[in-house]
Design a protein around this ligand. Structure first.
Ligand SMILES: CC(C)(COP(=O)(O)OP(=O)(O)OC[C@H]1O[C@@H](n2cnc3c(N)ncnc32)[C@H](O)[C@@H]1OP(=O)(O)O)[C@@H](O)C(=O)NCCC(=O)NCCS
Length: 173
C-alpha cells in the first residue's frame, strides 16, 4: 500500500475508501480496472487516454484500486468527465458516486462553471450515476446556441462524442 500511495495525494477518506490522485507514472496499475469495465473501441481508447490525460483519480479500498475517473479541462470554464469505472464486485455501493463527487469538487476548485460527460444511450448504470448528481441531457442544438456551432463542434471533438452517445451537463454555479 505504501508503494501504491507514494506520490499520490489523499483527497477524501472515510472508514475504508480513499479517493486519491494518480500521477502518470503510476497509472499502469489501473489498467486492469479498464479491462474489466470496457471492451472494443472504448477499452483501447481508455487505455490510451489514461496514460496522458491531465487528471486521474482512483478509489482505493484497503489499498487496492476499485474505481477510477479520468478528468480533463476543456477550457478555462468547462470540465469533462472522460471516463468513470468501478470494479464489477464494487458496483452499486456508492463508489462511482464518490468518484463523481470528487470530480465535481476538483473542477469546482479549478474555478470551472460547468462539467460535461457523455454516456452510451443504453448504459443505464452510467446514466443513473450522472442523473444522481444532477447532470441533464443536452443536445448539439442547445450547445450551439450557447457556444456557437464552430466552438460546439470543437468541444464535441475534444470530448470524442461518438454516435450512440448522449451528452450530459451539470452547472457548477
Ligand atoms: C457506471 C458505473 C461507474 C457506476 O458505478 P457505481 O459504483 O455502481 O455507482 P453508485 O453505486 O455510486 O451509484 C450511483 C447511482 O447510480 C445508480 N446505479 C448504479 N448502477 C445502476 C444500475 N446498474 N442500474 C440502475 N441504477 C444504477 C445507483 O442506484 C445510484 O443512484 P442513487 O444515488 O440515486 O441511489 C459502473 O456501473 C461501471 O463501472 N460501469 C462500467 C463502465 C462504464 O460504463 N462507465 C461509464 C461510462 S465512462
Amino acid at each position: 500500500m505504501a508503494e501504491r500511495e507514494r506520490g499520490v495525494q489523499t483527497l477524501i477518506q472515510d472508514s475504508d475508501l480513499l479517493v486519491v490522485d494518480y500521477p502518470p507514472g503510476k497509472r499502469e496499475a489501473l489498467e486492469r480496472l479498464l479491462e474489466k469495465s470496457f471492451e472494443g473501441w472504448y477499452l483501447r481508447h481508455s487505455k490510451r487516454t489514461i496514460r496522458n490525460i491531465e487528471t486521474v483519480k482512483a478509489a482505493l479500498r484497503s489499498g487496492a484500486p476499485v474505481g477510477l475517473t479520468m478528468l480533463k479541462k476543456l477550457d478555462e470554464r468547462y470540465g469533462y468527465v472522460f471516463y468513470i469505472a468501478v470494479a464489477m464486485e464494487e458496483r452499486k455501493k456508492g463508489v462511482g458516486g464518490r468518484l463523481l463527487d470528487e470530480a465535481l469538487a476538483h473542477f469546482g476548485r479549478l474555478g470551472m462553471i460547468g462539467v460535461y460527460a457523455s454516456v452510451e444511450e443504453g448504459n443505464e448504470a452510467s446514466r443513473k450515476l450522472f442523473q444522481s448528481r444532477k447532470f441533464v441531457h443536452i443536445s448539439f442544438g442547445d450547445e450551439s446556441k450557447k457556444h456557437g456551432v464552430v466552438r460546439t463542434l470543437m468541444m464535441y471533438r475534444t470530448m470524442r462524442v461518438v454516435p450512440g452517445e448522449i451528452l450530459l451537463y451539470r452547472d457548477l454555479g
